[in-house]
Design a protein. Structure first.
Length: 414
């Protein structure tokens, strides 16, 4: 019988004529059949069986000695009359018979002994080999063991081992199985840490196409292949993670320009309580969910001192934070929370402080515990009430400026 073996490179073998060819010869890279030593006889006396294993091995430049399918060693070079220098696009091989893995043996004849239990009759139980068990590997060669049974001779019924004579128990039969090469498979690593702790992120892992091989000695090894050689679909290299809501936090905007071109002014910014949902989308939250202290939304600013006092009538101010005290300048309209204590500065540079006075809705203000004009000419209003709303004007010899106050309730006053 003739066969074609194409998976092993035999090009480095020297071609000899049939008269000088020795089928035992083999170089380091060609596959060769490796036979183990015969085992001991399965019985200490009388007929028995001894076994050995056969493996097809070859040297690999990266993995060392690897186990090949047995079929690779069934084909040995067959040498017709081919010149040494002729091209060999196809080489012909002859199939070699598989060497025997079982052989009868007899260590010595068994002496005749009298068994008082049977009165020289044959024992009622005997050892037998049952069915072969599953193969220990799906490819690249595994082992199968035959079940060892104790049977009752008369009925063929399987009984416990204790019924059979332990002195005549044979060793368990073992044979090779699944000698074919392993197909390419996906080697999948573990996922790494998530890119975020909340709000939705990704985690990655390595996925390679490999062909399993085996080193001499049984250690696992593999060769990395191209992805196209593995079956589809390829396992995903990424996965979603961190799909939980993020806790709320304060988000601040940019400060506005200073409200005054000279002297004291104010800057404002937006302050919002926000969080992220499980998909990472921003969403507004109640301010109660932001546990940190709320950042200020208003701050004082100054672009340098002013020269001659001037009336600023176009300024608009609205109190959004929960300050208990505020300092205002002249000009425009201010909307404040009820209960806020207020100081309003009157432009007094180059003016006599003793001549400064204030009016509310055209009526001159007289000092009391609730409202008064301080010694430096500033108007002080303590714990303002809704009825304190109105037009406040600052005078020296002439009108220096005014401011309109309006009031609103705090959330906890409603």
């Amino acid at each position: 019988m003739k066969c074609v073996c194409s998976s092993i490179d035999w090009s480095d073998r020297k071609f000899l004529d049939e008269s000088s060819y020795n089928p035992v010869e083999s170089n380091g890279h060609s596959p060769r059949l490796v036979l183990s030593q015969w085992s001991e006889c399965s019985t200490t006396c009388g007929p028995g069986v001894q076994t050995r294993s056969a493996e097809c091995m070859a040297a690999h430049p990266m993995a060392g000695m690897i186990r090949l399918p047995y079929s690779e060693c069934q084909c040995m070079p067959y040498f017709p009359a081919i010149p040494l220098n002729s091209p060999k696009s196809l080489e012909i091989f002859t199939a070699q018979p598989q060497p025997s893995l079982f052989e009868p043996c007899e260590a010595r004849p068994c002496p005749l002994q009298e068994d008082p239990k049977t009165n020289h009759e044959e024992t009622p139980y005997r050892w037998e080999n049952g069915d072969w068990g599953p193969c220990s590997a799906s490819c690249l060669g595994g082992k199968q063991k035959a079940a060892l049974l104790c049977r009752e001779v008369a009925t063929g019924r399987t009984v416990p081992w204790s019924q059979c004579d332990a002195r005549t128990r044979p060793p368990q039969l073992v044979r090779q199985c699944n000698q074919h090469a392993c197909p390419p498979v996906w080697q999948v690593g573990g996922f790494g840490p998530c890119s975020v702790s909340c709000g939705g992120g990704t985690t990655t892992r390595t996925v390679n196409c490999v062909r399993p091989v085996s080193r001499s000695g049984g250690a696992d090894a593999h060769i990395v292949l191209r992805d196209v050689e593995c079956p589809l679909p390829k396992p995903s290299e990424t996965e979603s993670c961190g799909a939980v809501e993020c806790p709320a936090s304060w988000i601040t905007g940019e400060w506005t320009e200073c409200s005054a071109s000279c002297g004291s002014g104010e800057q404002k910014r937006t302050v919002l309580c926000e969080g992220r949902d499980a998909r990472g989308r921003r969403e507004r939250r109640s301010e109660k969910e932001c546990v940190a202290e709320r950042p200020p939304s208003v701050q004082m600013c100054s672009l340098g001192s002013c020269g001659k006092p001037q009336l600023l009538s176009n300024r608009v101010f609205e109190q959004n934070a929960s300050e208990k005290k505020l300092t205002l300048g002249i000009g425009g309209v201010a909307t404040l929370y009820q209960g806020t204590s207020i100081k309003i500065k009157c432009p007094r540079k180059n003016f006599d402080k003793k001549k400064i006075y204030w009016t509310k809705n055209g009526k001159r203000i007289r000092n009391d515990a609730h409202i008064k004009v301080s010694a430096n000419g500033n108007l002080r209003l303590f714990h303002a009430r809704m009825e304190d709303a109105g037009l406040y004007e600052c005078y020296t010899d002439t009108l220096q400026g005014n401011v309109t106050l309006r009031f609103k309730y705090r959330d906890d006053d409603k």
